[in-house]
Design a protein around this ligand. Structure first.
Ligand code: ADP
Ligand code: MG
Length: 349
């Protein structure tokens, strides 16, 4: 299945691309910077007639903040709060950075609201699969089963600014939410500094605010889940956040089957009901977590749960034996431009 139009073939790195089209207008002034952080590329851009030196300094400070978030949330850094929390599982409470306590609270709420499809304590299972080390084959099913016993967000005890994992071997994994949290953190801070036309992109998860200068000109491009370098759909977004989860981001093929990094906490195996989920909403952290949740839940149950969440919208792309099909919440479906002419729309109630 391929999207046909040649103009869709834009080079890309991420699940989503954010683009300002300004064909009919003079070039919009922008101060922007891209840096590697949290294992991906972050871009921070401030648009409009601003003092360039101050904007550059603000962006540099924003990158410092992203590094602070990374230092507290990365499981790879032995002294991060999360690494300590995981090391002390089944033993003691661990004191947490304020932001991290809020992040865990939010992640636990999404875990609950998604019926456990998003589970912030999936860490033992994701460590077993080891997607960061580019595995070539799936783990033994007995190992998958025994790790599953260590996954349950209800056993993450949060008390003010401290937390404890109830059972030894349990591990928190913030991979599905920390990037989005970092995006919001610096986005909110830039707005508080008085910037009004801002875009923060954390590896394809965005938060954006527009002014009259840019209104109506920003497009979110959703990457095609099966045609590399092409786009599945696009829609306009002036203000708000968006995140995507896909089975094409980190995966391997073994004996003809695709194994990817979004695991179903009910089974411990890669979730199979969707191939790509994009969530639009008021905060990137929420969109990030819900994109993972809806990916696990699949189109029917996923959209049902999204409709219960105020301000969230979702696009779900799934695959069956005849190809790709898509569904979306009503208002997103109305403004979505699907670029893959072969993909079928299905209404899901
Ligand atoms: P990416 O970070 O590649 O954009 P996602 O935002 O979809 O992808 O998050 C996927 C990451 O979330 C995985 O790499 C893993 O760390 C974590 N994860 C995987 N499955 C789940 C799940 N069911 N619930 C919560 N987190 C998950
Ligand atoms: Mg996510």
């Amino acid at each position: 299945m391929r999207a046909r139009s040649a103009w869709l073939s834009v080079p890309l790195l991420f699940a989503l691309l954010f683009q300002l089209s300004c064909r009919s207008r003079p070039r919009i002034p922008v101060v922007e910077q891209t840096n590697m952080a949290m294992g991906t590329f972050f871009t921070i851009a401030i648009y409009g007639d601003v003092d360039a030196d101050s904007a550059r300094a603000a962006i540099a400070a924003a990158f410092d903040t992203i590094r602070v978030v990374e230092n507290h949330t990365s499981t790879n850094l032995p002294e991060s709060d999360i690494a300590r929390l995981n090391r002390h599982s089944g033993k003691d409470f661990v004191a947490l950075w304020d932001d991290l306590a809020s992040m865990l609270r939010m992640a636990t709420q999404v875990s609950r609201a998604s019926g456990g499809a998003f589970d912030v304590t999936i860490g033992a299972e994701t460590a077993l699969w080891g997607f960061e080390d580019q595995p070539l084959k799936p783990p033994d099913s007995s190992a998958v089963d025994s790790c599953l016993k260590l996954v349950n967000y209800r056993d993450l005890v949060l008390e003010d600014n401290r937390a404890k994992l109830a059972r030894p071997g349990m591990r928190v994994d913030l991979g599905g939410v920390a990037k989005g949290w970092a995006v919001d953190r610096v986005f909110d801070w830039l707005l508080a500094r008085g910037y009004r036309d801002v875009m923060v992109d954390g590896g394809g998860d965005f938060h954006v605010a527009s002014t009259a200068l840019t209104a109506g000109q920003r497009h979110v491009w959703v990457r095609h889940p099966r045609a590399r370098g092409q786009y599945f759909a696009r829609f306009k977004l002036d203000n708000g956040a968006v995140a995507t989860s896909g089975d094409y981001e980190r995966f391997f093929i073994w004996k003809g089957v695709r194994y990817h990094h979004i695991l179903d906490p009910a089974t411990g195996w890669p979730a199979r009901r969707a191939v790509s989920v994009t969530v639009v909403g008021p905060s990137t952290a929420l969109c990030d977590a819900w994109a993972t949740a809806v990916f696990v839940l699949g189109p029917e149950e996923g959209l049902r749960r999204i409709r219960q969440q105020k301000g969230l919208e979702a696009l779900v792309v799934s695959a069956d034996s005849t190809g790709l099909w898509w569904t979306a919440t009503d208002s997103l479906a109305q403004r979505l431009e699907v670029l893959d002419e072969n993909a079928r729309f299905k209404k899901v109630n």
